[in-house]
Design a protein around this ligand. Structure first.
Ligand code: FRU
Length: 469
C-alpha cells in the first residue's frame, strides 16, 4: 500500500484511540508503551549525538500482531522520552507484511537502520529481505531498499539483523531457520553495509555442542563485555522443564569467544536471561560511557496476549526498564540503569517482622528488601512471591485459563529490588544475579503485603511518572 495511505490510517488510529488508551488505569507511569495498538520488540537502540534512540515494533492499527511499523522515541537520559516521526511504514513490496525487527548503526554520522522486510505469499510461504534506511535532516528515515535476499539453505524465516563495527568492517548476526527446521545464527560481513558476504553459522540447534535447541532463533545480538563475546538470542521450540524454559519462547545467552577470521564461536552453556512470565527479544547498545545497556519487550508472542485487560483500552505491551549489563564469572548480571534513580520521590525505610510490615503502595514504586529467611509477598492481589529458603516461586492466575501458573528461581537470596508500575513488575534478585520480569494487572489499591516472621529491612520509594511527550 502507498505510504501516504498507511500514514492516514495510522493517524486515524491514533486520533480515535489515544484518549481511550490514556484512560486505562493500567497505563504505565514510567515504562514505554505504544500510544495505541501493539508494541513488541525494541529495535535500533543506539546512542548518538547526545541522544538515546529507541525504535520499536509497532502495530498501530490493532492489538494483534500484524504488519509492523517502526515507532521511534529519543531521550537524553533514559528517563524522559519524546516521540519522533514514525520511522518505517510497510509500504514497499519487499516489506509488504511488515518492517520487522533490526538494529541501528552510525554511518557517515547518520543513523542507519538495518531491518527485515517481511513478505508473505497467499500459499502461506514467506520470504525476507534485509533492508537499509537512512536518517535525513527532518528526522525521518529514507529507505535505501533491500541489501540481502534470503540466503540459500534457509526457509523464509531469516530475520532481525543486528549490525556492529569491528576493525573497520561491518558485521551482522541474523536469526535463521535452516531447511532441516533448526534455529541458527548467521554471521555476515560487509565493507559498506550494502554488499554482504555470508561467513556461515556461528551457533545454532545441533551446532557447537548444543544438541537440539529449537526450530527458529530470533533476535540475535552479539557484543563484547569484559573480554567475552556474548550472543543473546531467542530460541523457539525449547521444551519446558520443571523450573526453567517455562515461557512459550525463551530469551537467553551464550558466553564465548568469536573468531572473526574463521567465523566460529566457541561457547559455554545456554542461560536464560529472565525467570519471570514476560520477557523477550532484548536488544543492547553501548552507552556514551561504555556501559552495555539493554531493553527487552515485556511480552511473549503467545496465545495469552489478547486476554490482557489493556486490550479493552486499545493498546498492549510495554518495554522493560532500561538495564545495564555486567559480567560476574560466567554469568550476565542485569541491573536497572542507574539513571532510573532520578524517578525516586518520597523515601520510607522500615525494619521488622514481615507480617508486621505496613502495606506499601506499589502502583509506581521501587522497593529494596534485604532478607534471607523465608517470607511471602503478595503484589496487587494478583501476583504471589514466595521465598522458601531454597527457591523463589512467582505465581499468578493465567488470564486465559484461570489456572495458577508458576515461575521459579533457585539460589541463595540476600536482596530483592522491585521496580513496580501499573502493569508490570521487575524483580532483581541479589543485585541482578537473576531477574523475574512480568506484566500483571494489580487490583486497586495496588499494595505489597508481606507475610511470615522473617526479619526484613526495606526501603521504599514512590516513583514519578515522567510524561512521554
Ligand atoms: C520477535 C519477532 C521478530 C520479528 C518481530 C516481528 O518478537 O517475532 O523475530 O522480527 O517480532 O514483529
Amino acid at each position: 500500500m502507498q505510504e501516504a495511505s498507511l500514514l492516514k490510517h495510522l493517524t486515524l488510529a491514533v486520533m480515535r484511540g489515544q484518549i481511550r488508551a490514556s484512560q486505562d488505569p493500567h497505563r504505565p507511569g514510567w515504562h514505554l508503551a505504544p500510544c495505541v495498538g501493539l508494541l513488541n520488540d525494541p529495535n535500533g537502540f543506539i546512542y548518538h549525538a547526545g541522544y538515546y534512540h529507541l525504535f520499536y515494533q509497532w502495530n498501530p492499527l490493532d492489538c494483534r500482531h500484524g504488519s509492523k511499523y517502526w515507532g521511534h522515541w529519543r531521550s537524553t537520559d533514559l528517563v524522559h522520552w519524546e516521540h519522533q516521526p514514525v520511522a518505517l511504514v510497510p509500504s514497499e513490496a519487499y516489506e509488504s507484511h511488515g518492517c520487522y525487527s533490526g538494529s541501528a548503526v552510525i554511518a557517515d554520522d547518520l543513523i542507519t537502520l538495518i531491518y527485515t522486510g517481511n513478505v508473505k505469499y497467499p500459499d502461506g510461504s514467506r520470504t525476507a529481505f534485509q533492508c537499509l534506511a537512512q536518517e535525513n535532516d527532518r528526522g525521518e528515515f529514507d529507505k535505501l531498499g533491500p541489501v540481502l535476499p534470503l540466503p540459500a539453505g534457509y526457509t523464509g524465516h531469516v530475520r532481525d539483523p543486528k549490525v556492529w563495527q569491528h576493525h573497520g568492517q561491518w558485521y551482522m548476526v541474523l536469526g535463521a531457520q535452516d531447511l532441516q527446521l533448526q534455529g541458527k545464527v548467521l554471521l555476515l560481513r560487509s565493507d559498506d553495509l550494502h554488499q554482504w558476504q555470508n561467513l556461515g553459522e556461528i551457533a545454532g540447534s545441533n551446532l557447537g555442542g548444543l544438541g537440539p535447541f529449537g526450530y527458529m532463533w530470533e533476535c540475535p545480538d552479539l557484543f563484547r563485555l569484559a573480554e567475552q563475546d556474548i550472543l543473546i538470542f531467542c530460541p523457539q521450540g525449547i521444551p519446558a522443564e520443571t523450573e526453567r524454559y517455562r515461557n512459550t519462547f525463551q530469551a537467553g545467552y551464550l558466553l564465548g569467544q568469536l573468531d572473526y577470521t574463521d567465523a566460529s564461536f566457541s561457547h559455554q552453556d545456554f542461560h536464560e536471561l529472565d525467570a519471570g512470565f514476560e520477557f523477550y527479544a532484548p536488544q543492547t547498545t553501548a552507552a556514551a560511557d561504555g556501559r552495555r545497556l539493554l531493553f527487552g519487550w515485556m511480552g511473549i508472542p503467545d496465545e495469552d496476549e489478547l486476554y490482557q485487560p489493556t486490550v479493552a483500552y486499545g493498546w498492549i505491551h510495554t518495554m522493560t526498564c532500561p538495564r545495564e549489563l555486567s559480567l560476574q564469572g560466567d554469568r550476565l548480571i542485569q541491573q536497572p540503569a542507574r539513571e532510573l534513580t532520578a524517578l525516586r520521590r518520597e523515601q520510607r525505610q522500615w525494619q521488622g517482622r514481615a507480617q508486621d510490615a505496613p502495606h506499601f503502595p506499589i502502583s509506581s514504586a521501587e522497593m529494596i528488601i534485604d532478607v534471607s529467611v523465608p517470607f511471602t509477598l503478595e503484589l496487587g492481589h494478583k501476583l504471589m512471591l514466595e521465598w522458601d529458603g531454597a527457591r523463589i516461586t512467582l505465581s499468578r492466575n493465567n488470564l486465559r485459563t484461570g489456572l495458577r501458573e508458576f515461575r521459579y528461581w533457585r539460589g541463595q537470596l540476600h536482596q530483592l529490588q522491585l521496580l513496580c508500575d501499573r502493569c508490570s513488575i521487575e524483580i532483581f534478585i541479589n543485585q541482578g544475579e537473576a531477574v523475574m520480569t512480568s506484566s500483571y494487572f494489580p487490583a486497586e489499591p495496588a499494595q505489597a503485603i508481606f507475610n511470615g516472621s522473617a526479619e526484613l529491612c526495606l526501603q521504599h520509594w514512590l516513583l514519578s511518572s515522567p510524561m512521554l511527550e
